[in-house]
Design a binder for this molecule. Structure first.
Ligand code: FE
Length: 186
């Protein structure tokens, strides 16, 4: 069993330090975005690990320093790798892989779902360019070979929806209880 108490304490600190920051170019804060994604997951009847992944998918944005300077340098695959490295301390691939692949999932959906690209927000279209544009056929095949790719794509769809300043969600405490349960079982 992992030290879930240490994780929950650290998450609360990170969310109170940076969770009030705006979610890049959107009308919601990082904390609202995280809660909305987790709420979509719960409403869809997702597994607890996937609800935890939805809540924590952008934790790389809260993992301190350098993110803004990285964006200025147009560095790719940054926040999802940071999030993956952070979450691996407590979780298995059912949580970490959807987080690691959530940006790749956007490139996957742009390549495989003709309607998807037309529905992206302006900020999301901008970041797609930085992220490398739609996947090639070879990249699509490689992506589909990952056993967690469906969860990652599902997380991506919630990620795109979690930008509504008026959406009501359950509390942070509610979702942190789920995170704790998943960490204790990992
Ligand atoms: Fe996100």
């Amino acid at each position: 069993m992992k030290d879930a108490n240490a994780l929950i304490t650290r998450l609360r600190e990170m969310i109170s330090a940076k969770g009030g920051n705006l979610y890049g170019g959107e009308q919601v804060t990082q904390a609202q975005h995280a809660l909305q994604c987790a709420q979509f997951a719960e409403d869809a009847g997702a597994t607890k690990p996937l609800i935890a992944a939805a809540l924590l998918h952008d934790i790389g944005h809260l993992v301190e320093h350098d993110f803004e300077s990285a964006l200025e340098r147009d560095e790719d695959r940054f926040h999802e790798n940071l999030g993956d490295a952070f979450l691996r301390q407590w979780f298995g691939p059912d949580v970490t892989e959807p987080v690691r692949l959530h940006v790749a999932s956007k490139r996957y959906l742009c390549a495989t779902d003709p309607e998807y690209l037309s529905k992206l927000s302006a900020a999301s279209v901008h970041s797609l360019r930085i992220q490398g544009g739609p996947m090639s056929a070879a990249e699509v095949a490689e992506f589909e070979a990952n056993g967690n790719h469906r969860d990652a794509v599902q997380l991506r769809i919630w990620d795109d929806l979690g930008k509504d300043p008026a959406m009501k969600t359950a509390s942070l405490d509610h979702f942190l209880d789920i995170v704790r349960e998943v960490a204790e079982a990992a």
